[in-house]
Structures are given as C-alpha cells and as structure tokens.
Design a protein around this ligand. Structure first.
Ligand code: MUC
Ligand code: MG
Length: 371
C-alpha cells in the first residue's frame, strides 16, 4: 500500500533505569528514547523509536545526534514522497544520508507501523509472517555487584520470569571477571543458561585465556570478546573453542554478516534493528546468516517498549537458536506505552493488533519528554 509521508516529528524521552546497568564501557542510570511520529497525507500515524547505550559509548550515534539526523536530513528527504514499504524508504534515505542506521531504524519502524495499521495487519505480517506467538527472553545481571546479581537472578528464577541470564564483563581484570562469573554460575545452579558479553573489552590474547576459562566454568555463549574491527580474532576464537562466540558490534548489517561468514566465522549473530537500519534491514542480515549456517539471536539496544516490539515483530519471523534479550522495557522504571507486552515463563508475547499493536500513553509521553 502506497503511503505519502506528510510530516515527521521527533522527541527525546528520558526514563530512569530500575538500577545502575554496568557495561564494560558505560554505566546507565537512565535510557534516552528518540521517539518518532510519522503522519501520512490522510492523517494516519505511525510511531518509531531509536535508542543507543551510554551516549556515544556503544556506537557512533548519540540520542541527540539521532534526533538531529532525523529533523535536519532524513525528514526532508522523505516528506512529500510516496513509499510502498521499507525497500523504497531505505533507497530514499540511503542516497542523501550515509550511515546513521539508528535514526533510519526509527523511521522504518514508523512506516511499518503506519502501513500495518492502514492495512489492518501486524508488522510481523509485513515482514514475512510470524512463526511463533511468543519469544524466549533472557535477563542481564549487571548491577556491578556479584552478590546483588545472584539475589536478582534467584528472584527472577523464583518468579519464573527468566530462565537464562547474560552477564556484562570486561570492565575489570580477567581474574576478577572470572571469579564474578563463576560465583553467579554456581549461585544460580546447573540448569540455568549463563552467557557473558564482553563488549569488545579484551585483546586477542586475553580473549583466548578468557574463552578457555569460561568454557571450563560452563558458560554457554561469549558475546563480542574482542574489538569490532578484529574480525580475524573473532573468526579464530569461533573456530578454536567448543564454547560458541556471539558476534554483536562486529555485525551490523548484511554486508558485515557476509564478510564475517566468508572469513570462516562459525558462531552466532546478534541481530539489532538499530545496527542494520530497521526491522526489514535486520532481516537481510538474518537471511545471510541462515544461508551461511550461522545461528541467530534477537538482540537489543536496550530499547523501550516501542523499539522492543518493533524488534519482536522481526524476530518472530525467524528460527532463533539462542532466543532473544528483548527485556529493555523491564530495565526502565516507567513506560510511555499504555499496553506493553507481557513477560512470563521466560517468554514475551508478540502483540497481535494492527501495526506494532501498541498504544502511546500520552500523559507519560509528555511527562518524560526532554524540555
Ligand atoms: C549489548 O551489547 O548487547 C544488550 C543487553 C544488555 O544488557 O546490554 C545490551 C547491549
Ligand atoms: Mg552485546
């Protein structure tokens, strides 16, 4: 269905986290959502969201930069034009604007929401069709304190909300990180899947030592142990250890996915709508991975509910060997969405309504907007 975009508006929305979230490169006490509203020539609307992690510490786009790219460059490039879906929108955005995939992801999400609402179908239908009504979701233990992480993990297991956990390591020495990881693995028990994310903090030599020790401890997956540019080390780690490697920062889009697979990588890819430029673009990476026999994982940029649900619609069309980490909304103290999806029994339910299937809480949206 052809949509003529009439107007694009954007806002920065700051929501505190429920506790400090400590990664190797940043500690988050608040998440900033860049929220986008797209209005078509008939007055119908679609919503999108872009987030990043820790200002400019995860990638080259900041929340303020995302808003500026949208208002100054992307909105003028697409307003007044007609689009039949993500393919023509991406072509119109990619010619005048290089990179800036986080900003483009918010616009692609808004177009899919708008189009889905007008057609009366969920976004997952526009993306190929869901193969599951709910998806597995892990939780990240990253308070910065081992005892607090164990207590948090035990509580979430007892509540039945999650059955798998990711730990954020890499900020401390290898010996400290290994003690922390082993204590959590032992504290939560054998049946619980524990994975770690190093967020690029190790050099190649430390990564070999780290992988060997983590394999011994019984960790299930090691995410982005080395710098994003060190493709050779990532490939060699993936071939050297039985413990699988998950590529995150190293694979943003289908081109990265192809290059890493062609270089001999054998692990799994973390898909993120922000890294690729939107849900439809992320699926291109997924399809390259599937063609190369590389396993899939639904990744998060710690989005709020809007970005999380947009991702879920895309991930619902895929077989995900490693499940997802789409817990972003649960890390935030409040929500600007009135009907967020339900997280229960280690899974999240995919919204069924037209478009993204969620509705904005206008009061909360206004309350958390940056003035
Ligand atoms: C990342 O690098 O994967 C995902 C979960 C989490 O706690 O942080 C993110 C970022
Ligand atoms: Mg990661």
């Amino acid at each position: 269905m052809s949509i003529q975009i009439a107007r694009i508006e954007s806002w920065l929305v700051d929501i505190p986290t429920i506790r400090p979230h400590k990664l190797s490169m940043a500690t988050m006490g608040c998440q900033t959502l860049t929220i986008v509203k797209m209005t078509d020539s008939d007055g119908a609307t679609g919503w999108g969201e872009a987030t990043t992690i820790g200002g400019l510490s995860y990638g080259p786009e900041s929340p303020e930069g995302i808003k500026s790219a949208i208002d100054t460059y992307l909105a003028p490039a697409v307003c007044g034009k007609r689009f039949d879906g993500p393919a023509s929108l991406a072509a119109a955005m990619n010619l005048p604007v290089k990179g800036n995939t986080f900003a483009k992801s918010a616009l692609e999400t808004a177009l899919l929401d708008l189009q889905g609402k007008r057609l009366g179908v969920p976004v997952s239908t526009l993306l190929g069709g869901a193969i599951t009504p709910s998806l597995p979701v892990l939780w990240t233990l990253a308070s910065g304190d081992t005892g607090r992480d164990i207590d948090e993990g035990k509580r979430l297991l007892a509540e039945g909300r999650h059955q798998a956990f990711k730990l954020k390591i890499g900020a401390k020495t290898l010996a400290e990180d290994l003690r922390h990881t082993q204590a959590i693995k032992e504290g939560l028990g054998d049946g619980v899947s524990i994975r770690v994310d190093v967020n690029q903090a190790w050099d190649a030599v430390t990564a070999v030592r780290g992988m060997a020790a983590l394999q011994e401890i019984g960790i299930d997956l090691v995410e982005q142990p080395v710098a994003l540019w060190d493709r050779a080390a990532l490939v060699s780690l993936s071939q050297r250890f039985v413990l699988p490697v998950l590529a995150d920062e190293a694979v943003a889009d289908a081109h990265d996915g192809y290059a890493l697979a062609a270089a001999g990588f054998t692990g799994a890819y973390a898909l993120k709508i922000a890294k690729a430029g939107g849900p439809a673009q992320a699926l291109k990476l997924a399809h390259v991975a599937q063609a190369a026999g590389i396993a899939l994982y639904g990744g998060t940029m710690l989005e709020g509910t809007l970005g999380t649900v947009a991702s879920l619609h895309a991930w619902s069309t895929l077989p995900l060997s490693w499940g997802t980490e789409m817990f972003g909304p649960l890390l935030l103290k409040d929500d600007i969405i009135a009907n967020p999806p339900v997280f229960r029994d280690g899974r999240v339910t995919l919204p069924q309504g037209p478009g993204l299937g969620i509705t904005l809480d206008e009061d909360k949206f206004r309350f958390y907007q940056r003035k």
